[in-house]
Design a protein around this ligand. Structure first.
Ligand SMILES: [Zn+2]
Length: 296
């Protein structure tokens, strides 16, 4: 389900699994954390379309002030297929309902966003849902509500697990609620420089997502390429997702950042230089995100 209606799995094409179009992160990133300029957003998204991009998963969830109606207008203006996320981001951003409602009532709200939508714009994935260093009490409720909404709708759950290896606890919680690990994406794995952690998650059957592949320094890129080589050698490349997580103004290509096209342009070239072939790149940018979204 995209913001402009259903799309056949075979038509998803090149897909970015973890990005943001409109959001407000200014409580943490003052001066840089607001994406609300529609003309700028359109020109940034067009760079991805021009590079062959067909689909983008916008994982902007409750508390991040996404704008579903503006998002649908962006899909119409650019021709991009955009999938939007349901659920709640993390504690620092939670609206009062996460504290005030029961876990099942929260699940009802997520299911309503999936089945009826917000302002008529339906969600096609659950997440990003997350926490910081540990899963707090309220975040545990957000995870359990997401799991229950998944069991009622069949949509994949995608998480935020940045800097700390907290994806393990997130996966434990979802599995405890009856979610199959193959329907869970642990986000921001490349921000946790512990390859044993990455390996353990894929060996449990979850998706691992390297969604800041641009890194900050050349060392970061080399580290990510090394992890991908190790995963490929172990037969795990079919469980890896790549994205750029554009979420700050400085992430825009016009501001000198990676923009939305980095994965399919610069990073694809780096993968080829590192010995990956076109079939590997198609797996990472087309097949894996399709299988992740559909449960295929
Ligand atoms: Zn995140």
């Amino acid at each position: 389900m995209t913001v402009t209606g259903p799309v056949a799995a075979a038509d998803l094409g090149v897909t970015l699994p973890h990005e943001h179009v409109f959001l407000d992160l200014t409580r943490e990133y003052r001066g840089n954390g607001l994406l609300n300029d529609t003309a700028l957003a359109e020109s940034e998204l067009k760079r991805y379309v021009d590079a062959g991009g067909r689909t983008l998963v916008d994982v902007t969830t409750g508390g991040l002030d996404g704008d579903p109606v503006a998002l649908r207008a962006m899909a119409e203006a650019t021709g991009l297929q955009i999938v939007r996320g349901a659920g709640y981001y993390r504690r620092a951003y939670f609206p009062p309902e996460v504290d005030e409602l029961s876990t099942d009532a929260l699940a009802d709200l997520i299911v309503r966003d999936i089945e009826e939508g917000t302002d008529g714009v339906r969600a096609g994935i659950i997440g990003e849902i997350g926490c910081d260093r540990y899963v707090s009490a309220l975040e545990e409720r957000s995870f359990r509500a997401a799991a229950r909404a998944h069991r009622r709708t069949g949509l994949t759950i995608t998480t935020h697990a940045a800097r700390w290896p907290v994806g393990t606890a997130q996966l434990d919680l979802l599995v405890e609620e009856g979610v199959d690990p193959s329907r869970v994406v642990i986000g921001h794995c490349d921000m946790v420089p512990d390859h044993d952690y990455h390996r353990a998650l894929v060996e449990r059957g979850a998706w691992i997502q390297f969604d800041t592949v641009q890194g900050v320094h050349e060392w970061d890129t080399q580290q990510r390429l090394g992890w991908l080589r190790s995963l490929a050698d172990a037969g795990h490349l079919g469980r890896v997702l790549l994205s750029q997580d554009v979420c700050l103004r400085s992430d825009y290509a016009a501001m000198g950042g990676p923009g939305y096209a980095y994965v399919v342009t610069t990073f694809a070239d780096r993968l080829r230089e590192a010995g990956f072939d076109d079939a590997d790149i198609t797996m990472l940018t087309v097949d894996n995100p399709r299988r992740m979204l559909t449960g295929e």
